[in-house]
Design a binder for this molecule. Sequence first.
Ligand code: FMN
Length: 188
Amino acid sequence: MRTVVVITGASGSVYGVELLRRLPGERFAIVTKWGKVVLKEEMGLSTGDLGAHCDGVFSDEDLASPLSSGSNPFDAVVVLPASADFLAKVAAGISDSLGTRVSHIALKERRRLVIGLRESPLTGIALDNAARVSREGAIVMPVSPFFYLKPDSIERLVGDFVDRVVQATTGRPMGEGWRRGELPADDS
Ligand SMILES: Cc1cc2nc3c(=O)[nH]c(=O)nc-3n(C[C@H](O)[C@H](O)[C@H](O)COP(=O)(O)O)c2cc1C
């Protein structure tokens, strides 16, 4: 499986970095201009540091990258964290950067697109945009950690949510599930 992870300038770069660490298969990273600023601000990392967690980092400005063409296969795009601005561009069909372009390709080629929207409160515009991309087939996953697995640290809280994103991206179970042990074994 080949996945492209787009990290935008929304708060929560840690989610995108943790996603790169946990995704199975081949994964490539794209960090937007403001994504770089927030990555540095929140984690003290540069895009160069992401190389250790993925198979390659592509420049968001490089629309001549191989990822820019639908002729080159990738299975999924995950935007995490996704800004309201990025969502607006995808909803409007704008693809003027590599991150928006790969998202556009995912929609037009009917590949998996997961958008981890991080903004609060949300305007009606953002809610409309989320509904619009959802109707086009994208999975909109607001960055919204949950507590039923009783996380005892921020790392665990982030990791549990990222596991749900991996699950939505790959279609395979990832991490712990609520009372999963009580389900019969899946031998398919
Ligand atoms: C420290 C910081 C935190 C931000 N957090 C958010 C956020 O959580 N959600 C959001 O939609 N925008 C947030 N922004 C604003 C975006 O970075 C801005 O809208 C930018 O244009 C997004 O561009 P991009 O989607 O190409 O990265 C934040 C900006 C900064 C500097």
